[in-house]
Design a protein around this ligand. Structure first.
Ligand SMILES: Cc1cc2nc3c(=O)[nH]c(=O)nc-3n(C[C@H](O)[C@H](O)[C@H](O)COP(=O)(O)OP(=O)(O)OC[C@H]3O[C@@H](n4cnc5c(N)ncnc54)[C@H](O)[C@@H]3O)c2cc1C
Length: 247
């Protein structure tokens, strides 16, 4: 039996919203497909029989304004890494996190919007956005909302259109433990120090990346128990802050 009845490729955001609203839970938004295609093939979303491809909406730009780095929702990690501003941002924190997200073939497909919507527990890129104080624009809200606040609600409503990262004079530090240097982390801490403001974000600690202080219990999987993750986070937090303060 075919998995999909409909493959839809809207040319405008308004059309995408209307297609999504008409189909409700039957439709999934398709970005790079790095997560969604496997999930559909494994029949993890049995109610979904339509995909709405976001690739033609003109949301793939990455550019700097006077105050922010704007990452379009369908920009891939490769697009993000090609942006000149990213290297100077918090000592290259976002660049390091984008590289750690996965190998080049994955980075060529996975998009900013897909990573933010997926909020995978071990996403260093998502955690870097939290530490950098990013906000997220969606079709469901008139103004950009703080990523950490949106994330606490669980699933993001609407279509993500862009992520905005403040261009502040900040220093950054990243510390991680992983099974191998090239692997995604078991736990990682990402710190940003901007003037008198310090933000530390963690990935791998809870079921989704979190900003320090969020009410989210530590979790366990085959790579480490909750107790191990909590112990590691204390060490990694100190290392990430030391790195951010030393630069
Ligand atoms: C080793 C490894 C492990 C991974 N583990 C996980 C994991 O545990 N959990 C996980 O979720 N992902 C995991 N991923 C996948 C990855 O972290 C992201 O989920 C993936 O990059 C999604 O990006 P994409 O553009 O390919 O999105 P897609 O696969 O196309 O979509 C992913 C999800 O995001 C939604 N989405 C995409 N774009 C938007 C948008 N603009 N607005 C609103 N919703 C949108 C889709 O509807 C879908 O539900 C893993 C990847 C690797 C390499």
């Amino acid at each position: 039996m075919p998995i999909l009845r409909e493959y839809l490729r809207p040319a405008t955001l308004a059309e995408a919203v209307s297609l999504m609203e008409a189909r409700g839970n039957r439709a999934a938004l398709l970005a790079g497909g790095a997560d969604l295609i496997g999930a559909l093939e494994s029949r993890l979303h049995p109610d979904v029989d339509a995909v709405i491809d976001l690739s033609q909406l003109g949301l793939s730009g990455c550019y700097a304004t006077d105050t922010h780095l704007v990452l379009g929702a369908t920009a891939t990690l490769t697009d993000v890494l090609a942006n000149e501003t990213i290297g100077a941002l918090a000592d290259g924190l976002l660049r390091k996190a984008a590289r750690n997200e996965g190998p080049v073939n994955f980075r060529n497909a996975a998009t900013v919007g897909g990573i933010v919507a997926g909020a995978a527990t071990d996403s260093e890129f998502y955690a870097a956005l939290l530490a950098l104080g990013a906000t997220v624009s969606t079709t469901a809200a008139a103004q950009p909302e703080a990523l950490h606040a949106v994330g606490q609600k669980g699933a993001i409503a609407g279509i993500i259109t862009a992520i905005h990262v403040p261009l502040e004079n900040a220093h950054g530090g990243l510390a991680r433990v992983a099974r191998t240097p090239a692997d995604r982390p078991i736990v990682a801490a990402l710190a940003v120090v901007a003037g008198h403001t310090t933000r530390v974000a963690y990935c791998g600690l809870a079921t989704r990346p979190i900003l320090e202080g969020a009410d989210a219990p530590a979790w366990s999987d085959f790579r480490g128990s909750a107790a191990y993750r909590e112990a590691m986070v204390r060490v990694l937090r100190a290392r990430a802050l030391a790195a951010a303060s030393a630069t």
